[in-house]
Design a protein around this ligand. Structure first.
Ligand code: SF4
Ligand code: SF4
Length: 303
């Protein structure tokens, strides 16, 4: 449960989103290491700077908080390989969202919310992430002290109706807080062609996701307003350039040595084909104001 100071901090962040155009969040790659080697993972195809020590990173986080960034998004590599930093972030920031592959479980951390990435049903997930990973992560979800969020990146190999619905049905039978969806964003990698779902196909999948929310309930984390942000005939063209994307205004992104980078997807990400769930949720909640998407965001920020 979020503490009173964390809840007040989250309210302050929401107020900043309403009333200012200032940055509110820090996205940090706290490690460049990972305990998996997923097929197609862009992380392995990019160069990454060395890691700061634990004390250097903690000092860095404190300076970010002091500069007004109240929410942390922790990425890697695999953040649980530096669990002490996950713990620090949960103490320092009002809210910390930690993206994990789920293999090391979901330790209880004050103001932190775990988001576990899976690629779809077992056969597809394990073909990408490795044999046995799906069942291991399911076991860890069932044992978690606090229900994690699940995140699926929709790409060509997992984009069939059968795969998406089967996965959503199975996840909704587990003790999860909710399930969210991004679409693969090209990052100038040789695998882009195999992974990117063309925009006209994406439109149909977005409709499918809305139907699944009707069928399986509000833990399926997509609203009509979020769908509108993704649709090629909706609001997509209003944000799919760097200068228009909320990341450029609200989120400061950093590598594991504290140097800045353009986007959490890396400097080469193709904004014109972006499928980032965080952008879609933010824009869906505030452009224009939409209460059901705002509830999705508060659920994300509030452990
Ligand atoms: S868990 Fe994430 S960072 Fe690690 S290999 Fe897989 S996709 Fe890449
Ligand atoms: S890739 Fe997406 S999230 Fe990143 S800056 Fe571009 S539009 Fe924003």
């Amino acid at each position: 449960m979020a503490s009173i100071s964390s809840t007040l901090g989250i309210l302050a962040t929401l107020a900043k989103w309403f009333f200012t155009d200032k940055p509110t969040s820090a996205a940090i790659d706290i490690t460049r290491r990972c305990n998996l080697k997923c097929k197609h993972c862009y992380w392995w195809q990019q160069d990454h700077p060395p890691e700061m020590s634990t004390s250097e990173t903690a000092r860095f986080m404190k300076s970010l908080k002091a500069s007004g960034l109240r929410v942390a998004l922790l990425y890697g590599g695999e953040p649980t390989l530096r669990l002490e930093l996950c713990r620090e972030a949960s103490r320092i920031f009002d809210s910390a969202l930690i993206f994990t592959n789920g293999l090391n479980g979901f330790p209880e951390l004050g103001n932190a919310q775990w988001l576990v990435s899976l690629e779809g049903p077992r056969e597809i997930n394990d073909a990408i992430r490795g044999d046995g990973v799906y069942e291991e992560v399911k076991r860890n979800i069932s044992r978690a002290h606090r229900a994690p969020l699940v995140h699926m990146t929709i790409c060509r190999p997992n984009s069939s109706r059968k795969a998406i619905e089967g996965f959503v049905r199975e996840m909704c039978s587990l003790p999860i807080k909710g399930i969210g969806f991004s679409f693969y964003t090209p990052v100038n990698s040789p695998a882009d062609g195999e992974l990117f779902v063309p925009l006209h196909e994406r439109d149909q999948i977005v409709d499918l996701l809305l139907n699944l929310r009707e069928k399986y309930g509000k833990r399926v984390g997509i609203t009509q307003a979020m769908a509108r942000q993704l649709k090629s005939n909706g609001a997509f063209a209003h944000w799919n350039q760097y200068q228009l994307c909320p990341v450029s205004e609200r989120v400061r992104c950093f590598c594991s040595d504290g140097s800045p980078k353009r986007c959490t997807y890396g400097d080469e990400a193709d904004c014109s084909k972006c499928g980032c769930a965080a952008v879609v949720a933010y824009r869906g909640a505030f452009h224009p104001l939409d209460l059901s998407t705002l509830r999705v965001i508060i659920g994300l920020l509030r452990p």
